[in-house]
Design a protein around this ligand. Structure first.
Ligand code: ZN
Length: 199
């Protein structure tokens, strides 16, 4: 119904999460109408993230070098590690300005039904990282969902089994249950962080 290149753009846009056929068409026409530099800027940005962004070797956050900005920052407290599910969860934590430690990104949450087992997440990497380090606290900031809670409990048990002197904490309640950290506002998240409790 459209010239092939337009149809291709609609099809590609329609693969994005939350983008239905109608929205994909609207976006495609918006791109068609926009200035060359804007449209090419979008295409270049997509190409650049795929070419240049990898995962940090230490914490698995997004990085454009072997180590991410946070792991490279000497001023960050290396004795505290905040464990989150996805790289997108680091941003809201940073926005609270309450946290000065490091992160560890698991790459998801445990969900046996969906076939996500401990070895599919960066849990062994977390233990390896803590081994022989100066880490004294691990904050479990997985989402307040069923899978996020299960993941926190699994890791808490694993940490306790290995190290009795490391404090394991969980974000305080007050976060909307079932919601993603990504969508929590910084005031709520900041309070949850400040009021974290030992597990
Ligand atoms: Zn890192």
């Amino acid at each position: 119904m459209y010239p092939a290149p337009v149809q291709r753009l609609v099809t590609e846009l329609g693969k994005l999460p939350g983008i239905g056929q109608r929205t994909a068409q609207r976006l495609a026409f918006h791109i068609l109408r926009s200035a060359d530099e804007d449209a090419n800027g979008l295409a270049d940005a997509i190409r650049e993230v795929k070419e240049r962004i990898t995962l940090c070797e230490q914490c698995f956050n997004l990085a454009d070098a072997p180590l991410c900005d946070i792991c490279r920052d000497e001023r960050r407290d290396a004795t505290v590690i905040c464990v989150v599910e996805e790289p997108g969860d680091v941003i809201p934590m940073e926005r609270t300005h309450e946290y000065r430690g490091r992160y560890h990104v698991l790459g998801g949450a445990l969900s046996p039904i969906d076939g996500v087992d401990p070895e599919d997440l960066k849990i062994a990497e977390l233990y390896r990282r803590i081994e022989g380090s100066e880490v004294s606290e691990v904050v479990l900031a997985t989402n307040p969902t069923t899978t996020g809670e299960a993941t926190a409990l699994h890791i808490a048990a694993g940490l306790r089994e290995r190290w009795q002197d490391i404090v394991v904490t969980r974000l305080a309640s007050g976060l909307p249950v079932g919601a993603d950290l990504e969508y929590a506002d910084e005031v709520t998240l900041g309070k949850a962080l400040a009021g974290r409790r030992a597990l």
